[in-house]
Design a protein around this ligand. Structure first.
Ligand code: PLP
Length: 426
């Protein structure tokens, strides 16, 4: 029986056996007990699957990761402590000192810092391209040492839409995978793997959890990228890992298992960044209603964008569901049923008007958050993108007066009335 996404949201990842708990149990244990030291040794050698220490794996997390992998149509998945950890692991799992990343310039500020600055200190170079760059510009960004291409399906907060198919084709022509951060659409609105993405990441902190309760991240591997065909680029997956007695990940775990097994057994071992099982439990509660919440977020986002677009105090509105939006056509292709609840806009009165507007909101509240059941609002130039200079802000598509309004799942009329009265006060 082919299962639809809503059923997977509710029941995926964990199917209890006879007499077992209906809800995913929280394995609140750091360690597992074994009868013999030899058995433990086989686990440490990756000779046998099993749990021994929660820094590497925990059954609660694995059940929730399996649900997210099912939702994305991937082969394997894992949870991380945050979206930042997910993007770091997704990249660092397959590259290191001397390597290079091609990334879309329209990405989350934290991910930009990670790639442009922190990973640079690890010897990883990067080239940023506008998501609407020409084919020639995209081609010119690649180097012989390029190991991955990175972008966001819908950029936070610029709301540019990634042409996943085009970026995937370019990546594959150079023998490297495309990694797509699918935080904003979630698999309910878009499944990047169907368009050629090889690895999908999430800040589950956003719509997946959906209630502002738990920070978390996830990585899903499609299993489609043939690491062995590009073995010269990815010796980390295709040659012996001496820290596990010479295991070769692609040989032992296959094309579909190598990437996630390595990230789990090597990066989690060395960096930590595991999600707590308690947080995974909260995340799972959020996932159970993801397919019900996303359409309401999209409905509110669309109505808000249309309202703002005709308001005389509004200088510009960015929302991929507006026919006048430069990303509308790509959104029709990749997000035909809606994009997300986030609307970015600016003010005729500039930065000061943005600040005045935010002060006057009553239903929407100022929070360093987005993609929450409750409507929230943020001024990126003052918060998430504070580290960027004006040039970097412009490249990321962020104007100094831009406000990011994240429409929750409240009643549409109440959200619009709130924004209307706050605009009247400007
Ligand atoms: C929030 C966000 C991140 C970072 O996630 P955290 O869970 O806050 O670490 C990464 N990418 C996108 C698109 C985000 O919105």
């Amino acid at each position: 029986m082919a299962e639809h996404l809503g059923t997977t949201c509710v029941q995926g990842g964990y199917r209890p056996g006879d007499g077992e708990p209906r809800q995913v149990p929280i394995y609140q244990s750091t360690t597992w007990k074994y009868d013999t030291s030899e058995h433990m040794g086989r686990l440490f050698d990756l000779e046998e699957a099993g749990y021994f220490y929660t820094r590497l794996q925990n059954p609660t997390n694995d059940a929730v990761a399996a649900k997210i992998a099912e939702l994305e149509g991937g082969a394997a998945g894992m949870l991380t402590s945050s979206g930042q950890a997910a993007n770091f692991f997704a990249l660092f799992n397959i590259l290191g000192e001397g390597d290079h990343v091609v990334a879309s310039s329209a990405i989350y500020g934290g991910t930009y810092n990670l790639i442009a600055h922190t990973m640079k200190r690890m010897g990883v170079q990067s080239t940023f391209v506008a998501p609407d760059c020409t084919d020639e510009e995209l081609e010119a960004a690649f180097q012989p040492n390029t190991k991955a291409v990175f972008g966001e399906t819908i950029a936070n907060p610029a709301l540019d839409v990634l042409d996943i198919e085009r970026f995937a084709n370019a990546a594959h022509a150079h023998g490297v995978p495309l990694i797509v951060d699918n935080t904003f659409p979630t698999p309910i609105m878009c499944r990047p793997i169907e368009w050629g993405a090889d690895i999908v990441t999430h800040s589950t902190t956003k719509y997946m959890d959906g209630h502002g309760a738990a920070v978390g991240g996830a990585i899903v591997d499609s299993g489609n990228f043939n690491w062995d065909a590009h073995a010269d680029k990815y010796p980390c997956l295709t040659t012996p890992d001496e820290t596990y007695h010479g295991v070769v990940y692609t040989e032992k775990f296959g094309q579909a298992g190598a990437y996630i097994t390595k990230a789990t057994s090597q990066l989690m071992r060395d960096f930590g960044c595991i999600q707590s099982p308690q947080n995974a439990f909260y995340l799972n509660l959020g996932l159970e209603s993801l397919h019900v919440r996303m359409p309401q977020h999209c409905k509110n986002g669309q109505a808000m964008a249309e309202f703002l677009a005709q308001h005389p105090k509004v200088r510009f509105v960015k929302y991929p569901g507006l026919p006048t939006d430069p990303w509308y056509e790509l959104a029709q292709k990749y997000l035909p049923n809606g994009s997300c609840g986030v609307v970015s806009f600016g003010f005729v009165g500039g930065r000061a008007a943005a600040e005045e507007f935010m002060k006057n909101l009553k239903v929407a509240q100022i929070a360093t958050h987005v993609a929450d059941a409750r409507t929230c609002v943020l001024h990126p130039a003052n918060a998430t993108h504070r580290q960027m200079n004006d040039e970097e802000l412009a490249a990321a598509g962020i104007a100094p007066d831009m406000v990011r309004l994240s429409c929750g799942i409240e009643d549409t009329e109440d959200l619009i009335a709130d924004v209307e009265q706050a605009l009247a006060a400007v």
